[in-house]
Design a protein around this ligand. Structure first.
Ligand code: NI
Length: 136
């Protein structure tokens, strides 16, 4: 069910909001505000340690001794959380990997931290998401 609501905003803040959402391609304020509210809901799911899905993207140096084995070991150890992983050979030295996980946000974060702190991992980011009502 859709409910209409009104909000009061400082005119300067509203102008700025309109500028930003226009740049990003929103056709109207409602859709932009709905996305912001969903983002709050996802943030709450993460904060409350609910079940989330996470994608960890990382770039690493595969010439680093033992790193490939360590990455596999962490993922095998956390196999209950790891849904899948994708590997791309970026160049002679670097690999890109995306690890998809599902579990409590604290568990998913712990695995991501274990991976990101391995020596030879150059860069990485974890994105956590839900449907905005938690996942079963
Ligand atoms: Ni590779």
């Amino acid at each position: 069910m859709l409910i209409r609501t009104g909000i009061s905003l400082d005119s300067e803040l509203l102008r700025r909001f309109d500028r930003v959402i226009c740049k990003r391609g929103y056709k109207n304020r409602s859709e932009a505000i709905r996305d912001l509210v969903r983002d709050y809901a996802v943030a709450e799911d993460v904060e409350e340690d609910r079940t989330v899905v996470g994608t960890l993207t990382l770039v690493y140096d595969h010439h680093r001794p033992k790193l490939s084995a360590q990455l596999l070991a962490v993922q095998h150890h956390a196999q209950a959380l790891v849904l899948a992983a994708t590997h791309v050979h970026l160049d002679r030295k670097h690999c890109l990997e995306v690890v998809l996980m599902k579990g409590r946000s604290s568990q998913v974060r712990r695995i991501a931290d274990q991976i990101l702190t391995l020596r030879g991992v150059k860069h990485g980011k974890l994105v956590l998401t839900t449907r905005g009502k938690g996942l079963a």
